[in-house]
Write a protein that binds this ligand. Structure first.
Ligand SMILES: Cc1cc2nc3c(=O)[nH]c(=O)nc-3n(C[C@H](O)[C@H](O)[C@H](O)COP(=O)(O)OP(=O)(O)OC[C@H]3O[C@@H](n4cnc5c(N)ncnc54)[C@H](O)[C@@H]3O)c2cc1C
Length: 308
């Protein structure tokens, strides 16, 4: 007992050494990460913080880097599978108003990384700016959308990006222009960077027409994905020229189940979990499906899901 208290006190002292006095109030230790993800799975973060300004965000990054503490950025958790062991480092969740604001400069839209993609889309439409409406219905933040190059039928967000502000390991701001950025299917060269702010180039258009287009797209999207409220993730991307349904059938994995994680039969590519499902069951299911598909068809399925 005495030893445990001594260890806890030593840890607390060590933690106080990592983060400066003015950031201490932001640090939560042992935060359970499951509620922050769509799958509602995952262990705890050693440290967790929700900065309220860019200065705090930079300060946290700088302090963690100096202490060699690994850092992860959490968006809306819609593309995330966190292992039961959690994350032994600092998880930063930039969800405050200051880090989610949306502004317009002419026909450019500037958004903080924590802004929800769907808020960005409706704000753009409300200001009569076209170019994002086809992405309506994709969950997540603009930061997450950029890092994973969110797309609908090969029309991706990367096409619209003109500038990104990132925070480097020293906690300094760095600007990346369109020519420094690379976007490909479900990925970008921003993976591993810390995105603070994004600028998108849009085109003036009629808000009423845009609203109609967004609503039509949204209806189609809603029909192709699990109902909100279910615990799910888009685990497989459809390869060019192949249907996931056919590949799953051929590989004999249609509706495959691992514990309480199942491959959706209604919504191709999605995994749905329930009850006491574990992250490891989801990982096992993803691995089994990939392997079976490759053995039967020679196709290597891509999983956009990020695993921590
Ligand atoms: C029902 C459903 C439907 C979906 N439909 C689509 C779809 O049609 N098209 C599509 O492309 N995707 C789709 N997805 C996947 C997912 O919504 C997108 O990948 C989304 O853009 C992820 O954003 P997020 O904020 O939730 O990121 P998170 O899941 O929180 O994080 C994903 C990755 O991005 C990183 N990240 C997040 N924010 C930042 C930041 N500020 N700086 C640096 N790294 C960051 C995280 O560290 C993590 O590695 C769908 C998912 C679900 C559950």
């Amino acid at each position: 007992m005495a030893r445990r208290i001594a260890t806890e006190q030593a840890n607390e002292f060590k933690n106080k050494m990592i983060f400066p006095e003015n950031l201490q109030h932001l640090i939560r230790e042992g935060e359970v990460l499951a509620p922050f993800t769509w799958l509602q799975l995952g262990g705890t973060a050693r440290f967790f913080a929700e900065p309220t300004s860019a200065e705090e965000f930079c300060g946290l990054v700088s302090a963690a880097s100096k202490a060699d503490l690994p850092i992860r950025i959490l968006g809306d958790g819609s593309n995330l599978l966190i292992r039961s062991s959690g994350f032994d480092g600092l998880v930063i969740h930039p969800c405050s108003a200051a880090l989610s604001r949306i502004e317009f400069r002419g026909s450019s839209l500037v958004a903080g990384a924590g802004a929800k993609l769907n808020h960005v889309i409706t704000a753009a439409i409300g200001s009569g700016l076209a170019g994002l409406e086809h992405l309506a219905g994709i969950p997540g933040t603009i930061g997450g959308a950029l890092v994973g190059n969110a797309s609908v039928t090969n029309d991706d967000i990367g096409n619209r990006v003109t500038r990104v502000v990132i925070i480097d390991q020293q906690g300094q701001l760095e600007e990346r222009r369109a020519e420094d950025l690379q976007f490909a299917f479900c990925r970008s060269n921003l993976d591993g960077s810390i995105v603070l702010e994004v600028e998108l180039q849009l085109e003036p258009s009629d808000p009423i027409q845009l609203t109609r287009r967004m609503q039509a797209g949204w209806i189609v999207k809603r029909k192709s994905q699990p109902f909100s409220g279910t615990r799910n993730a888009l685990a497989f991307a459809e390869p060019d020229g192949c249907s996931l349904v056919d590949l799953f059938e051929l590989a004999g994995v249609k509706g495959a189940v691992e514990g309480e994680a199942a491959l959706s039969t209604q919504f191709p590519g999605y995994i749905v979990v329930s009850g006491t499902a574990t992250p490891e069951q989801v990982l096992a299911l993803v691995g089994r499906v990939k392997q079976s598909v490759e053995v039967r068809s020679g196709i290597q399925l891509q999983s956009p899901l990020k695993v921590w």
